[in-house]
Design a protein around this ligand. Structure first.
Ligand code: AMP
Length: 214
């Protein structure tokens, strides 16, 4: 039987993926939140999970170090993802990519065509494309975490970030002013693996698809 490696991140994505994996007949033998292991065996001798940082999932799959991956659309857009087969929207870890500003900031007036705006974000590609489409010039400031802080201390006028409940924005006196796109996690598959390991991958893909339907 062909060996299959599935790359995913712990936290939100693992929590939401575990039930789908279970419906597909795959269960991790260790809990990634408790174990420090990076490679987790499963109940199926030929299937293993590798636990990587969310933004690294597409890289593992692109190079074939993992056959299958689970990654947010936000991560895939930043990665580029050209060589990745993305057959299935898992509809998990759902949230929205939004533009947010300090409460009371007049965003509409600030983004007239030809205006210049300082935007802090982890999602440079997504933000660049969004503002280019609007004809708004932006100075993008790359951050790696807690973007919500940037407008509060004068680093930026606005942020582009993921919003789920909106609680983080609210707690920091920010408000969402524009939705860029809805986000959810996708199954990604290495192109070569799909050809070479089709007999093993296809049933897993089918099981995932049925689990999502259910
Ligand atoms: P919330 O307070 O529920 O709106 O969550 C916002 C915070 O959680 C922000 O820092 C986001 O970057 C992060 N976040 C929300 N949803 C997701 C998701 N699906 N994937 C990754 N990060 C998320």
């Amino acid at each position: 039987m062909t060996d299959i490696t599935i790359a995913l991140s712990k936290g939100r994505i693992f929590d939401d993926t575990a039930p789908l994996l279970k419906m597909a007949g795959i269960e991790a033998l260790d809990d990634p939140e408790k174990s420090r292991k990076l490679i987790l065996a499963t109940n199926r001798a030929n299937v293993r999970l590798v636990i990587v940082r969310a933004s690294d999932v597409p890289t593992y799959v692109q190079y074939g170090a993992a056959d299958i991956g689970i990654a947010g659309k936000d991560v895939l857009l930043e990665h580029g993802g050209t060589e990745l087969y993305q057959p299935l929207d898992l509809n998990i870890a759902r949230c929205r990519m939004m533009v947010a500003v300090p409460t009371g900031f007049d965003y509409e007036s600030a983004v007239f065509q030809g205006a210049r705006l300082r935007v802090a974000t982890k999602y440079l590609q997504t933000a660049r494309e969004h503002f280019a489409d609007k004809g708004v010039h932006v100075d993008l400031i790359k951050l790696y975490g807690s973007m919500e802080l940037a407008p509060l201390v004068g680093l930026a006028d606005a942020i582009v970030d993921l919003v789920s409940t909106g609680n983080t924005l609210k707690a920091n006196n920010l408000e969402a002013v524009e939705e860029i796109m809805p986000i959810s996690s996708r199954l990604i598959i290495n192109q070569a693996a799909l050809k070479l390991k089709r007999e093993t991958i296809q049933p897993i893909l089918k099981a995932f698809s049925e689990a999502v339907e259910a």
